[in-house]
Design a protein around this ligand. Structure first.
Ligand SMILES: C[S@@+](CC[C@H](N)C(=O)[O-])C[C@H]1O[C@@H](n2cnc3c(N)ncnc32)[C@H](O)[C@@H]1O
Ligand SMILES: O=S(=O)(c1ccc2c(c1)CN[C@@H](CF)C2)N1CCSCC1
Length: 266
């Protein structure tokens, strides 16, 4: 079993470029069929935001890493997007994309796919510009702290999103549940939490880093949400096809959870 110290040491070797190459370029970045993981994951988010129920001033993304795909549907429904990560190298990579620096990762295939499935005929450049305009803060975070940002978010977020973070930074299921409780404190009463994550994964590679992951089942996700006082609205899962098991990790599936913090006084 890993420890927090081992995890922190592992993340000091995390290479954002290798991580992006492993997960966000072909074969995993395959948009050709709804059966592949990218369309499934982006559709989960697009469908959830399409209702219009989840909206407000601020959405916080916990453990953003060097990626922005997870924010493409959200950015139409919040005035401000706050990205967060533990590593400066990831916050710097996000900053390069926001500024449109040369050499920043090209997310255009993901932006084009989201515009296609949202079905409004929106030019992908418009969505790219809107996310760049609304992604205004990129903050350090540690989900193992009761106050993950070091100070309360004022005002609390109207929505929280987190993708492939909590299980990838927790040594065991109890730590995963505690981390969810900690980040839940960033959310206002009545706010929505959207979680994407790995099922049955025990490790992943990011260049010289080999990171331990706590292998989760759907029951563990349910239990952690309940323990964090978040009422489950929807829980979906996807089985990773053999073609997408490329050796960069041993992920078996992906989950998508939509939960809600009870309104004040409940
Ligand atoms: C597997 S990556 C997920 C990145 C991105 N959200 C995605 O969907 O691909 C996990 C992220 O958690 C970050 N991380 C590591 N330790 C953390 C901690 N204690 N608190 C918050 N984030 C942490 C890492 O820097 C990394 O960017
Ligand atoms: O599901 S993915 O293949 C994916 C995306 C990210 C990750 C994994 C899998 C599994 N290992 C995680 C380590 F924490 C990170 N995917 C990559 C293309 S876009 C949709 C998400």
């Amino acid at each position: 079993m890993s420890s927090l110290a081992e995890l922190r040491e592992g993340y000091e070797r995390f290479d954002p470029c290798a991580y992006l190459r492993n997960n966000y370029l072909p074969p995993r970045a395959d948009f050709s069929s709804e059966e592949f993981v990218v369309p499934w994951k982006l559709r989960c988010l697009a469908d959830t935001f399409a209702s219009g129920e989840i909206r407000g001033q601020t959405l916080i993304d916990v453990g953003s890493g060097p990626t922005i795909y997870q924010l493409l549907s959200a950015c139409d429904h919040f005035e401000e997007i706050v990205a967060t990560d533990y590593l400066a190298v990831n916050r710097e990579e996000l900053g390069r994309w926001v500024r449109g620096d040369p050499g920043a990762f090209d997310w255009s295939p993901f932006i084009q796919h989201v515009c296609k499935i949202e079905g409004r005929g929106e030019p992908w450049q418009d969505k790219e510009r809107r996310l760049r305009d609304r992604l205004r803060r990129i903050l350090p975070i540690d989900v193992h702290r009761p106050d993950p940002l070091g100070a309360p978010l004022d005002p609390p977020a109207d929505a929280l999103l987190s993708a492939f973070c909590l299980e990838a930074v927790s040594p065991d299921r109890a730590a995963f549940a505690r981390a969810l409780l900690h980040v839940g404190s960033l959310l206002r009463p009545g706010g929505h939490a959207l979680l994407l994550g790995a099922l049955g994964e025990s490790f992943y590679l990011a260049g010289p880093a080999r990171l331990p992951v706590v292998p989760l089942a759907l029951a563990d996700v349910r239990a952690a949400l309940a323990g964090a006082g978040l009422a489950l609205r929807e829980l979906r899962s996807y089985e990773m096809p053999p073609a997408l098991r490329t050796g960069v990790d041993d992920v078996h599936g992906v989950f998508f959870a939509h939960a809600q913090k009870p309104p004040q006084g409940h």
